[in-house]
Design a protein around this ligand. Structure first.
Ligand code: CA
Length: 218
């Protein structure tokens, strides 16, 4: 899952990126509203974490322009403690959730994961594919109750396919959602990860649509 973090406070931005990457997310960080708009218009993010007090364009303006342009990306806004008017105008402008600073990382993480589930129309944090169970919050995968060790990228790829089950997922979609701008990997590694997931989970879980991409059946 790929996130855009829009935060002009460099220490907070760096801490958020590091912690979210450790949780398996691909994370791009920008520090002003104009850049946020450009970035959000060019990449299909799974969630945007948007500070409201930003240089150049405010968070509310960014949100407004994104929604006017038809973007449905889930947006979680970060507000200052005394910013209740900001919070209301952000929610009225199309924010999906908010957090008041200072917040704990655990709460941010839980809210990001809830937004991802909601956007995918998946009510439970545990996704079951026959004998395979994917606990998205704990990032744990089991087959018939036995733990399967996955690398962070293998997990990210499986999670993306599982949350989009029944839908064809192209290689470029996978590439866009599991890597951020700081990764410099070739897109053919997606095939390598799929091969490795098939070895670990069984060959029947992820199907190839030749020349198009991959699908996990609904
Ligand atoms: Ca700020």
């Amino acid at each position: 899952m790929r996130l855009l973090v829009v935060e002009d406070e460099p220490d907070l931005a760096a801490t958020l990126r590091k912690s979210l990457v450790e949780e398996g997310f691909a994370v791009d960080v920008v520090s002003d509203g104009q850049e946020a708009l450009w970035q959000a218009e060019s990449v299909a993010y799974d969630v945007v974490v948007l500070d409201l007090m930003l240089p150049r364009l405010s968070g509310v303006e960014v949100l407004q322009r994104l929604r006017v342009a038809g973007s449905r990306v889930p947006v979680l806004v970060l507000t200052a403690r005394d910013g209740s008017a900001d919070k209301i105008s952000a929610l009225n402008t199309g924010a999906d959730d908010y957090l008041t600073k200072p917040f704990t990382f655990a709460e941010l993480l839980a809210r990001i994961r809830a937004l991802i589930r909601r956007a995918a129309g998946v009510p439970s944090p545990v996704v079951r594919l026959g004998p395979i169970s994917i606990e998205t919050s704990a990032r744990r995968v089991t087959r018939d109750g036995i733990d399967i060790e996955l690398s962070p990228k293998e997990f990210a790829l499986l999670e993306f396919l599982a949350l989009h089950r029944g839908k064809l997922v192209t290689r470029s979609m996978l590439y866009e959602h599991i890597y951020d701008d700081e990764d410099a990997t070739m897109s053919n590694v997606v095939d390598v990860y799929v091969a490795s997931l098939r070895r670990k989970l069984g060959r029947d879980v992820i199907r190839t649509r030749r020349g198009a991409g991959y699908i996990i059946d609904a």
